[in-house]
Design a protein around this ligand. Sequence first.
Ligand code: FAD
Length: 568
Amino acid sequence: SEPAVRVLYWFRTDLRLHSSPALHAALALQPEVIFPVWTWDPNYVFAHRVGVNRFGFLLECMQDLSASLTALNPNTKLLVVRGAPQTVLPRLFQEWRISHIVYEIDRAGYGARRDLQVSALASQAGIKVISVVGNTLYDLKEVVELNGGKATLSLASWHAAVKKCPQPARPLPAPTTFPPLGDTSFSQAYPSLDVPIDYSTDLNNGIRNREVTCFDTFSGPKGDFGVPAIDELGLSRPTTSIRGGESEALRRLAVFCADKDRVAHFSKPQTSPAEFDPPETTLLSPFLKFGCLSVHEFFWRVRDTVASWEGGGPGKKPATKEPENLQGQLHFREMYNAAEYAEGIHFGRIYKNSVCRFIDWDLRDEFGQDGAKIIPRPLGDPRAEEWFLAWKEGRTGFPWIDAIMRQLRQEGWIHHLARHSVACFLTRGQCYISWERGAEVFDEYLLDWDPCANPGNWMWLSASAFYHMYYRVYGVQSFPKKYDKTGKLVRKFCPELSKFPDQFIYAPHLAPLEVQLSAGCVIGQDYPMPMLDDVAEKKRCMTRLKVAYALGLYGSDGAVLDGTADSL
Ligand code: FAD
């Protein structure tokens, strides 16, 4: 008789049941048992700065997924396995007599290299590997091949490539039944956890993230492979009000798309970075990041909503077009994914990154002769380190910047144009600090941190790649005033400034002392004075960028071509 089909379904970028081509492929095998596994990779836990909000969000996604699996079959749930997949999966293959491993393809950064290792180990063990594209609309491999093997550095080049690709598939239905879990006991003792960390993709400069507990037992503290609670990880409570999980993602998508006019007229530059309750964009990025929302579901829901919208017609405002509309937003995501895939492992750093222009930032990473050792130290302006910390902690003395940074830290999400403001300020706008430093802070605080979108957008904002109009700088007062003259975001996230009149809300240091006193906040005492002269620093940055652009000081390995950069 045919050997039994025993599937290990490996969840990673796809914490969902709806529209999952990989899960569909697993179920099509008609397995006798499926082990739905999440491996808690120490590379993720320790080699990133993942803050408490992202940890909490991820746990909620896992809990929701596990509950949905159990609702389909009381004899199943998500199995959380602690340890490096390269170490623990071969043990599971053997102990659980696995015949197939099935997963959604992850082409980004460390994920791609990990998958190569795991698929080689599976093949060695005689296990069939089935991997399916699912977290992008197009197959990145195909897109990059169509772009001549090069990174897609503009939406135009990306469009030129994808127009030869098949149209994105329609979403698949969620399963209505699910095979049971096999026996999860072990014949031998559970393996001890020797967890190799791949520091070559380390964003934490070799420092262990934190003492996260609960990773010292393979099957969890209760021995049942359960999803841990946040307290079991030894972490404090998340501060974000954003809840994770597939159910929440589908709810948010339905609410957003119920307003057809809003979907049809969505225009990213018109959405306000000052609105937060609710925000004017979808706030679906954290759900796409963990795959609780299928990008196909999102794409087609938007397309169908606009197609069924009856608001157009003569004399009416037509539906918005790319790149401002929602479809355009998803295409930006794909463009960065394809660029990262083409560039490979160096995308997240300046060093050896072939798409990134070298700029002599005042605070940037340096590399030893071996190319791997990272020694962050201030180069050039000694104020840079101080400015960096003030920026990170939301105490620059510029209320718009501080409010955004505090929102980021508290909520784990900020509007795209808010990201523009703080990223421009830190890099080419005022501080002249490397985008890598900013990207690391985003890695720590964002719920939606992504190895393609995060460095990609940071390179854009710092005019290091994708964008080169370095002379267009966001004003720290004029820009927010365009959207909100009343300073709602500042009043919420910098409560010490909440009683200032509108006139001074973005520049409270200019308010006369009696105004400061009656607002209950003296600048320089209860809220910092601006840490720098934004106009003078903007000029300085621009001059230096002009020189960096003119000299083209970067080699294919991203290193300085000669010794002159430091003395610019
Ligand atoms: P919406 O406007 O509703 O857009 C829908 C979806 O389109 C988003 O959820 C997102 O998946 C995608 N999208 C929209 N704009 C972009 C973009 N510029 N790049 C890539 N995808 C996009 N996005 C991340 O998902 N992860 C990151 O780590 C990240 N880091 C960023 C860093 C900087 C410095 C900047 C300027 C932007 C960054 N972005 C990142 C892109 C963008 O800001 C967010 O995707 C967006 O604000 C998420 O909010 P939303 O879901 O409401 O977006």
